[in-house]
Ligand binder design. Structure first.
Ligand SMILES: [Zn+2]
Length: 407
C-alpha cells in the first residue's frame, strides 16, 4: 500500500483566493481541497490557516453549529441517503498542515452519494477528520452543546451543476459534506488501515499512495441524519455546503485517536507542533432550520443517555480549563518519572526549564487568546455589517416598490 513518499509543493487552489502566494516553479503543484496548504507555518499559537487579515465570514449560514435535538424538525420528505463508493477510486493520503486528507479520483461518477436532501449525484472528492488535544473535545459540530473527540467529514461536489470541485466549492448547492462523530469505545478495525498509514505522513506536505479503500466502512449502520445549509469550516468559508450529520457516532479506541495526535502541523525541519484542536469554533444558527430524517423522541434521548456518554462529552467552553488540567497532570507525571529513574539531582535544573517552559506556554496561550478574540470580534463585526447591509437593501427595495405603486 505504501509505495512512495514525497514532499509535495505548496498549492494554489484558486487564483482569486490566494493571489498573494507565490507558486514554486520547480516542483509540481496540486490543488488542496481544504484550502490550507498555501500557508507557511510559523511558530504561532494560532494556526496560520486563520491568520489572514481579510478573513471574514460570508454571511448568515456559517458552520459548524450546535445541533439542538429538540429544535430540529422532522422532514418526512427526506429520502434515505444512498452511498455508493468504488474503493479503486481512492488515490492517496496526505498531511496538508491542518488535517490529513484521503483523496479520490473524481473525473467520473464512480464514487457518489445521492438521496437525502440532495438533488442528483454528488461525487466524493476527499475525506478528513477534526480532533482535539484530548478526548473531551475535537468535533466541529456539537449535539445539545456536547462535543465528541473527533469528527469525520466526507466531502462531495455537485458534478451535474459545476465543472470542477474548485468551482463547486464557491457556489450554491456546490458541496455535500457527510459528518460522522467519533466516540471513545471499541477498536475500529477499518479505521486502523488509515491509522497505520499516518506515521508516513507525519509532517506537513507529505503524501503517500493509499489505494483500495471504501470509506463507507467508516459510517454508522444507523441511517438517521440531520441536515442543514451551511459553509466550509476552513477558509474560504463559502456557504456552498449541504451538511448531512449522522445521528449515531462510530466507536474508535483511545490509541487510534492518539495516533491522530502524533501528526504535525509543521514541515520537516521546523519546530514541531502537534496537529490537535484543528476545529473551527461554533457559529450562530441565525435564521436556519435543522431538519431530521427521523422522528425524534427527544425525551427518550435524554433518558437513554448513559453516565459514560455524558462524561465523555463536554461543552466547548470548558475545554480550555480541561486542557490546563491535563497539562499540569502531564508535568507532574514527568517529574515523578524523572525522580523514579534517579534523575532527582537534576530536579533543580528541570524546575528552571519547567518554569521557562511554563512562561513560554503562558505567553503563547495569551497570544493565541488575543488573536482568537480579535478574530471573533472581526467575525461579529462582519456579521453585523452583513445584517445591516441586508436590512438597507430590503428597505430600499420596499421603498422602490412603494414608489412604483404610487406612480
Ligand atoms: Zn472538515
Amino acid at each position: 500500500m505504501v509505495v512512495m513518499k514525497r514532499i509535495i509543493s505548496l498549492a494554489l487552489p484558486c487564483q482569486l483566493l490566494w493571489r498573494n502566494i507565490q507558486r514554486q516553479q520547480s516542483v509540481p503543484t496540486r490543488p488542496c481541497s481544504l484550502y490550507t496548504c498555501t500557508y507557511k507555518t510559523r511558530n504561532r499559537a494560532l494556526h496560520p490557516l486563520w491568520e489572514r487579515p481579510d478573513l471574514v465570514p460570508g454571511g448568515d449560514r456559517q458552520s459548524p453549529i450546535n445541533i439542538q435535538w429538540r429544535d430540529s424538525v422532522y422532514d418526512p420528505c427526506l429520502k434515505p441517503l444512498q452511498i455508493c463508493y468504488d474503493p479503486t477510486t481512492c488515490l492517496h493520503i496526505w498531511n496538508n498542515g491542518y488535517s490529513f486528507l484521503v483523496e479520490f479520483e473524481d473525473s467520473s461518477d464512480k464514487s457518489v452519494i445521492t438521496g437525502g436532501p440532495l438533488e442528483g449525484n454528488y461525487r466524493l472528492k476527499q475525506f478528513h477528520f477534526h480532533w482535539g488535544a484530548i478526548n473531551d473535545w475535537g468535533s466541529e459540530h456539537t449535539v445539545d452543546s456536547k462535543c465528541y473527540p473527533a469528527e469525520l467529514h466526507l466531502v462531495h461536489w455537485n458534478a451535474a451543476k459545476y465543472g470542477s470541485f474548485e468551482d463547486a466549492a464557491l457556489e450554491e448547492n456546490g458541496l455535500a459534506v457527510i459528518g460522522v462523530f467519533l466516540k471513545l469505545g471499541t477498536h475500529h478495525k477499518e479505521l486502523q488501515k488509515l491509522v497505520d498509514a499516518l506515521p508516513a505522513i507525519k509532517h506537513k506536505d507529505t503524501l503517500i499512495e493509499f489505494g483500495k479503500f471504501d470509506p463507507s466502512c467508516l459510517m454508522p449502520s444507523c441511517p438517521d441524519f440531520w441536515t442543514y445549509s451551511g459553509s466550509l469550516t476552513t477558509p474560504p468559508l463559502s456557504e456552498s455546503v449541504t451538511w448531512i450529520i449522522k445521528k449515531k457516532p462510530i466507536e474508535v479506541d483511545h490509541n487510534q485517536l492518539e495516533e491522530f495526535r502524533m501528526l504535525l502541523f509543521t514541515s520537516a525541519g521546523e519546530k514541531e507542533k502537534k496537529m490537535v484542536d484543528n476545529f473551527r469554533p461554533l457559529q450562530p444558527l441565525m435564521n436556519r432550520t435543522v431538519r431530521s430524517s427521523f422522528q425524534h423522541d427527544y425525551i427518550l434521548h435524554i433518558q437513554k443517555r448513559t453516565k459514560e456518554q455524558t462524561q465523555q462529552v463536554i461543552p466547548h467552553r470548558q475545554y480550555r480549563a480541561a486542557l490546563k488540567k491535563e497539562k499540569r497532570k502531564k508535568r507532574r507525571q514527568e517529574l515523578a518519572r524523572l525522580r523514579d529513574s534517579g534523575f532527582a539531582e537534576k530536579d533543580e535544573e528541570n524546575s528552571v526549564a519547567e518554569d521557562e517552559e511554563l512562561e513560554e506556554e503562558k505567553k503563547l496561550e495569551a497570544e493565541r487568546q488575543k488573536l482568537h478574540e480579535e478574530w471573533l470580534l472581526r467575525e461579529q463585526k462582519a456579521q453585523e455589517e452583513f445584517r445591516l447591509k441586508k436590512e438597507k437593501e430590503e428597505a430600499a427595495k420596499r421603498r422602490q416598490e412603494e414608489e412604483e405603486v404610487q406612480y
